[in-house]
Design a protein around this ligand. Structure first.
Ligand code: CTP
Length: 398
């Protein structure tokens, strides 16, 4: 899967560094060349000799090592790779990356690279939950850095919670997703997914039954064909796919803003079940019963239509815009009208009547409506719908 690919692996100074030795083996088994870089702190956990023996490559350690500069300068080193991976990514390294510091070899390479960066955070749960790390995480995601993990579990320090580095095979899967070869190489595809939550008051919200399964599967399938995927997701039940850029939102308006910020894109797939309405006025205090049995009146306002907004962009519209239509009656007729009304190129229509078990289930039966007519796909797993749709998108963009 990674044959001919070159990974620049930066090993940070954390207890999980021992797992990076196994990661090197796994990446090499998958066909990759692994060029290791050690930080000063990581040498307290793994030795240059073991890293070099496992990678069968020279280990890079020091920014001011003139021999290395003669052989390969740090700028060149950062660019000769297909992907830069940081595992483990400590709180310190994340902080440096977010702040743009470049005071040692690892941080300089991260600043100088023109390749995508995938990081596997690893730290104590309190450090992961510290407001500084939360801020840095958000900044790095905004910068397009890809994440794998951290996972939840017991830690070397004896505490339990999120902060454990992802397992080597999970990291390999994320690397494969990030640099897959395929017909969508060089294409940026945006995918929206999941429900949106529209607050009623600080404790209640309007939601829907979307699990995010179909959108997640589509993002994964597009990434497997080599696309660079931006995945904008509401609060979904399923975890976002590895190796794609994830932007988490709550409301329809946040989703629209995230979509607009992620442009330009070659194609966009709108699989999210966006709430059509939100509360007309935002309340900052909790609504209370008045004790006399009178019922609250909720005043709604219409949410922006994200699919229609993008489909009707005058400048910079993606070459292919794909919408979904969740219908309970007259599926093809309603979805055909929806395609026209919103101005998208394709509509993937499905029947979400409760008896179909599609909303929240693992299967889907869709009709794909294009300008020249409707194509009926048999009922199949959401993963298979995703694979077929991704292949059709690749063909259309070719
Ligand atoms: N959609 C969107 N923004 C909205 C509402 C819907 O981007 N505010 C997108 C969905 O992601 C989907 C498509 O529009 O791709 C159709 O969604 P659907 O819920 O079927 O249609 P609605 O526009 O809500 O129309 P209606 O409720 O009248 O069926």
């Amino acid at each position: 899967m990674l044959a001919g690919k070159r990974i620049l692996l930066i090993i940070g100074g954390g207890i999980a560094a021992f797992k990076s030795l196994d990661l090197i083996r796994r990446l090499r088994e998958s066909g990759a060349t692994v060029v290791p870089v050690l930080t000063k702190a990581s040498e307290e956990f793994v030795t240059p000799l073991s890293v070099s023996a496992l990678s069968a490559e020279k280990v890079y350690r020091d920014l001011f090592d003139l021999t290395d500069e003669a052989e390969m300068g740090h700028i060149e080193l950062s660019r000769a790779a297909d992907l830069v991976v940081v595992a483990p990514a400590t709180a310190d390294l994340m902080g440096k990356m977010a702040a743009g510091l470049a005071n040692d070899l690892a941080s300089t390479l991260l600043m100088a690279t023109d390749k995508r960066v995938l990081i596997a955070p690893s730290m104590n749960v309190r450090m992961w939950e510290h407001s500084a790390t939360v801020r840095n995480f958000a900044t790095l995601k905004g910068d397009g850095v890809l994440f794998v993990g951290p996972n939840e579990g017991s830690m070397a320090c004896g505490e339990f919670g999120p902060g454990r580095m992802a397992e080597p095979m999970e990291i390999v899967a994320a690397v494969e997703a990030a640099i897959a070869d395929g017909p969508l190489n060089g294409k940026h595809v945006l995918v929206t997914s999941g429900p949106t939550h529209e607050p009623i008051d600080p404790v209640r919200y309007i939601a829907n039954r979307s699990s995010g399964a179909q959108g997640t599967a589509i993002a994964q399938a597009l990434s497997a064909l080599g696309a660079e995927v931006t995945f904008v997701t509401g609060p979904a039940d399923v975890s976002p796919p590895a190796g794609v850029r994830v932007i988490e939102v709550q409301t329809a308006r946040e989703m629209l803003a995230a979509v607009q910020a992620a442009m330009p894109a070659d194609a966009a797939v709108f699989a999210a079940a966006v709430a059509d309405w939100r509360m007309a006025e935002e309340t900052t205090s909790k609504m209370k019963k008045d004790g006399k049995g009178s019922l609250p009146v909720l005043n709604f306002a219409e949410n922006p239509d994200i699919l229609a907004t993008v489909s009707q962009m005058k400048k910079g519209r993606p070459d292919l815009v794909v919408g979904f239509a969740a219908e309970t009656d007259d599926v093809v007729k309603n979805a055909t009208a929806k395609r026209k009304r919103k101005g998208c190129d394709w509509i993937v229509a499905n029947d979400v009547s409760p008896e179909t078990g599609i909303m929240g289930g693992s299967e889907n039966a869709v009709v794909v409506i294009k300008a020249d007519g409707a194509e009926d796909w048999p009922r199949m797993g959401k993963d298979q719908v995703a694979t077929r749709l991704a292949a059709a998108i690749a063909e259309a963009l070719d």
